[in-house]
Ligand binder design. Sequence first.
Ligand SMILES: Nc1ncnc2c1ncn2[C@@H]1O[C@H](COP(=O)(O)OP(=O)(O)O)[C@@H](O)[C@H]1O
Ligand SMILES: Nc1ccn([C@@H]2O[C@H](COP(=O)(O)OP(=O)(O)O)[C@@H](O)[C@H]2O)c(=O)n1
Length: 292
Amino acid sequence: MVGAHLGRLTRSASGAPRLYAEALRRDDIHPPEERTVVNAQDNARTTETAGERSAPRGDGIVIAIDGPSGSGKSSTARGTARAREMRYLDTGAMYRALTWWVLHNGVDATTADAAAVARLAAQPVITMGTDPTDPTVRVDGTDVAEDIRSPEVTSGVSAVSAVPEVRERMVALQRDIIAEARRDSGGIVVEGRDITTVVAPEAEVKIYLTASAEARAERRSREVRTSDIAATRADLMRRDLFDSSRAESPLTQTEDALELETTGMSLDEVIALVVKLADEASGEVVPSTGAV
Ligand SMILES: Nc1ncnc2c1ncn2[C@@H]1O[C@H](COP(=O)(O)OP(=O)(O)O)[C@@H](O)[C@H]1O
Ligand SMILES: Nc1ccn([C@@H]2O[C@H](COP(=O)(O)OP(=O)(O)O)[C@@H](O)[C@H]2O)c(=O)n1
């Protein structure tokens, strides 16, 4: 199992291995910018970004990250993809894009019946740009990157993403993007709620990212510049409950994903740890044998 030698591992309540921050105090984990280039292939990659790379490599790995809202999935996935020159896929942005489309067509996603949502969600072409320095999301060619972060979309997205036809369509698209990244690049970091369980259970690195509800609410409040941490926390809890209790592909923590508890860790520390796991999984670093 990836990461078993990286730090102090214990078992969480679900039985999943849990990696604590103590691992970061070990000498062999560096922030991404200090990461040493470990082979010639890596060296060649330093001059281009993941999005620009043209030469097919065919040895790309997949890093799958799931977790609740505000646990740091997007920032960690993006940072890791940038550090390792991989592609990056924010699957939440895809469900948000479809939710935007539903609202754009005058339908309230939270009250509409599932059949109406499914019909509408089948219509537009969703296009995802996977360069981690400039990820894009388009609906029928319209750039919706900003609009999909609106409170209206955030309120409706859990209802839209619970519709089976919506998931079927998005998962197929996600798998296509992953297959292409495996074939043509250094691989891809994919984050969401069902990546380790449904979209890419075969991923070389599987992580369940988490943090305390307080830490997540504080992070999100800082991000959206509100001082009402209690309201932010309530919104996170509402969405987490919906996402983890729905019938279709609920957010779940499985035994074969490494739980990374990030309360008290900085983003750079988390990224450094995931980069380290990825380096090991792709054979770029010889695993150390000491502490477990
Ligand atoms: N380990 C961390 N420490 C402090 N802030 C963090 C950490 N990880 C993420 N953040 C910040 O928390 C906010 C939410 O992170 P994000 O990556 O959007 O989470 P998610 O994708 O899981 O909802 C962002 O502003 C991000 O910069
Ligand atoms: N793989 C995924 C990703 C997101 N989603 C849904 O999309 C919503 C928005 O995802 P997001 O990653 O943008 O969420 P946050 O970053 O706001 O926490 C989630 O609350 C889920 O309802 C999903 O069902 N499956």
